[in-house]
Write a protein that binds this ligand. Structure first.
Ligand SMILES: Cc1cc2nc3c(=O)[nH]c(=O)nc-3n(C[C@H](O)[C@H](O)[C@H](O)COP(=O)(O)O)c2cc1C
Length: 199
């Protein structure tokens, strides 16, 4: 299917088929696709936690506001986290990034207040969400982006110290009777003439 058709077809799943397993090769592909997400200066200040373990997923679901049921039904939950400890992340930069990027990052770090640097990190993680949503539909999977989660409780459950959860994405097969399926709830967007300017 071409990319426009895929994007027209993608929707936020509100109800999943809890019986249909995701082939593991699709999950492995999604891991690699997220790893390949682009980021400013290739800084990659993220961690993607793939939760397939039923008990841990249930614990996370219980601290996910109006998203509890979806997370329990969906076979996979991906938690998107951002680097939160700048000293720990400096080690990542020093050990894992090439010299030119390291120098560039060090300059940016020296020029920005810590809060701005962290905001810039978070912006990069949202790019990966866009990649993940598009990749899911391309893999024949349905998904739900979710900011409606209790991020501090996620952090505790996942035992995260140097990264901080920002949002999550449920992935699976949407239920046939999900009211939000594209056939039942057509896409709703602002008009192209109001959001696209061509010069
Ligand atoms: C960053 C982000 C956070 C979202 N958080 C939630 C959420 O917590 N729960 C939910 O059901 N939908 C959530 N949504 C889904 C949006 O409501 C949805 O993308 C929007 O209404 C457009 O509908 P569509 O995705 O079906 O095209 C979120 C979407 C984004 C991009």
């Amino acid at each position: 299917m071409n990319i426009l058709k895929l994007i027209q077809k993608r929707y936020t799943a509100k109800k999943y088929n809890a019986d249909k397993a995701i082939p593991q090769d699709k999950i492995e592909a999604l891991k690699e696709i997220l790893r390949l997400s682009p980021s400013s200066i290739n800084i990659q200040p993220w961690k993607f936690t793939f939760v397939q373990n039923h008990e841990i997923k249930a614990q996370l679901a219980s601290v996910s506001m109006h998203n509890t049921e979806k997370i329990n039904q969906a076979k996979l939950l991906v938690v998107f986290s951002v680097a939160d400890d700048l000293d720990a992340f400096q080690k990542v930069v020093d050990n894992e990034l090439p010299q030119a990027r390291r120098d560039w990052y060090n300059q940016i770090k020296a020029s920005k207040p810590e809060a701005d640097l962290k905001k810039w990190f978070s912006n990069q993680v949202y790019i990966a969400l866009g990649v993940g949503l598009t990749a899911s539909v391309a893999l024949g999977l349905d998904s739900t982006p979710m900011e409606g989660i209790e991020t501090d409780k996620y952090r505790t459950i996942l035992n995260m110290t140097t990264y901080k959860p920002l949002f999550a994405m449920a992935v699976g097969y949407g239920s046939e009777d999900d009211f939000n399926r594209i056939e039942i709830t057509p896409k709703s967007r602002r008009l192209q003439e109001n959001v696209i300017e061509t010069i």
